[in-house]
Ligand binder design. Structure first.
Ligand SMILES: Nc1ncnc2c1ncn2[C@@H]1O[C@H](COP(=O)(O)OP(=O)(O)OP(=O)(O)O)[C@@H](O)[C@H]1O
Ligand SMILES: [Mg+2]
Length: 475
């Protein structure tokens, strides 16, 4: 170091410059680190959002039995995560055809559901082989993948919203085959297609990265698994329903069989003593003088024996095997004879018949249908106030099935009893056996038809028998 201190000054300046440069380096390094940190934080945020969405998707679709609903949720979720503005989801139907199931477009634009269905209704007989997610321009994917027919129908579906054919060709497109295994040719539950509407993509400033595509592949597997479970769930539900139906039918059949057996035994045991009583009463009637109380008593015994006999007849009818022997018969004529038979018992009743349509020749067991109609008309007469009209309507319904209605002006059937009135032995009448309507129901069902109860506009009851036009399969 010399006396004027120049060297000292120079070296201090140099030292300062060196320190300054080092500081500069440090600052640059710090900025770079912070930038990296920011980027990885953003990436982390994105990954968390996706995991969160995946998780939410799994929760949302658990227990859904409809593949369409699952694809709706999947399309909505991917729409929220990626900047596409059109989506079409296809589902594989039984028989292996891909059919459009869900259409989505940016909010504010009505999803062109109808158009998509029309455009894609017939194109997709054969399933594509690929199972990996594919991303590129529509043109590129059409040339390099087996999704070409699918992409064409997507173009057609969205054609009205697309700016120009050139823009459409450049539209960024993501095809997501929904497969649990993801290997070429393996199981396929459906395909999701996402697009931008024409112009270039603003994919958060960048195109989907390898990570994005990997995530989409993972998600596609999860959607496929959910769709598979939903199909299994639906099958299971259907099986349960069928099982419950079969069980209900079996219980009903067994109950009726047991009732039938009991009825047959009772009827047989009652009919013989009843015959003896009737004979004895006839003899008594001849023996006692025409005047006096005894005659009145005998009349009561005779009437009550007649009623018992009617009950026994009902029971025997109920116990009879119910296999119809159908012939081509005119239901209108059957109804006429039923009305005649009721008039013999109730000469005061106002029963009229209207016929409409071609019900003249149906395949029916005339005896069974006549008995059923008699039961309905007698019920109507007993429920109606004196002189109130009862209408029997016979019509050839849709598909030439036969419809018979019996309408009265009585009080109707309370809603709480609407199902019970068809049960055997259910009655609200002191002198009823409660078999009338169960015989009606059995006759209708033996023909493959049904009987139902409705409210008449007047407040009375309308019983409707519907019979198919074809003979019922023999059980
Ligand atoms: N047209 C009707 N209006 C109001 N209630 C009715 C009518 N038809 C049937 N019901 C109700 O349904 C019940 C059951 O009818 P169902 O014909 O099976 O037996 P029932 O008439 O009581 O006896 P039966 O065996 O002698 O016919 C009746 O007791 C009555 O309460
Ligand atoms: Mg009755």
């Amino acid at each position: 170091m010399n006396d004027d201190g120049h060297d000292d000054g120079d070296s201090r300046v140099r030292e300062l410059l060196r320190l300054n440069a080092a500081l500069d380096d440090q600052v640059r390094h710090l900025v770079r680190t912070e930038q990296k940190l920011f980027l990885s934080q953003r990436e982390l945020g994105r990954q968390i959002a996706r995991l969160d969405a995946l998780n939410q998707f799994a929760i949302d679709v658990a227990g859904l039995a409809s593949p369409e609903r699952i694809l709706e949720r999947a399309a909505d979720m991917l729409f929220a995560l990626f900047p596409f503005d059109q989506a079409l989801a296809f589902v594989v139907r039984e028989g292996g055809a891909l059919v459009p199931a869900v259409v989505r477009a940016v909010p504010g634009r009505e999803p062109p559901e109808e158009r998509a269905r029309e455009a894609c209704a017939t194109v997709l007989g054969a399933l594509p082989e690929e199972r990996e997610p594919r991303f590129g321009t529509a043109d590129e994917l059409r040339r390099t993948t087996s999704f070409a027919p699918l992409l064409e129908c997507v173009d057609a579906a969205f054609a009205r919203d697309d700016p120009s054919p050139e823009a459409t060709a450049r539209a960024w497109t993501m095809v997501l085959p929904l497969s649990r295994r993801g290997t070429p040719g393996s199981d396929l539950e459906g395909v999701l297609v996402f697009r931008t509407r024409g112009g270039p993509l603003s994919f958060h400033e960048e195109l989907p990265t390898a990570k994005d595509v990997a995530f989409l592949g993972l998600f596609a597997r999860q959607i496929a698994a959910a769709v598979t479970s939903s199909r299994l769930l639906r099958d299971l539900q259907l099986s349960y329903e069928r099982l419950a139906d079969a069980q209900r039918e079996r219980v009903e059949r067994e109950r009726l069989a047991a009732l039938g057996e009991l009825a047959a035994v009772v009827a047989h045991e009652v009919r013989n003593p009843l015959g003896a009583i009737s004979n004895a009463v006839s003899v008594l009637a001849r023996l006692v003088p025409a005047e006096g109380d005894a005659r009145g008593m005998i009349a009561i015994v005779r009437e009550e024996a007649g009623r018992l006999n009617q009950i026994v007849s009902d029971l025997i009818d109920f116990a009879r095997p119910h296999t119809p022997a159908p012939k081509q018969e005119s239901v209108a004529t059957i109804a006429e004879t039923a009305i005649e038979s009721v008039r013999v018992r109730f000469p005061e009743a106002h029963v009229s018949l209207t016929t409409d349509g071609d019900a003249s020749a149906a395949w029916v067991d005339g005896r069974m249908i006549r008995q059923a109609l008699i039961n309905l008309i007698v019920n109507a007469v007993l429920a109606s106030p004196d002189g109130a009209p009862i209408v029997v309507r016979v019509s050839g319904g849709e598909d030439h099935a036969v419809r018979i209605e019996v309408e009265d002006h009585g009080p109707g059937v309370p809603a709480a009893l609407a199902q019970r009135v068809f049960e055997p032995f259910f009655t609200t009448r002191a002198s009823g056996t409660g078999l009338g309507l169960s015989i009606v129901r059995r006759a209708a069902e033996a023909h493959g038809g049904s009987v139902s109860l409705h409210d008449a506009p007047s407040g009375g009851a309308v019983f409707v028998i519907e019979l198919p036009s074809e003979p019922a399969p023999q059980r």
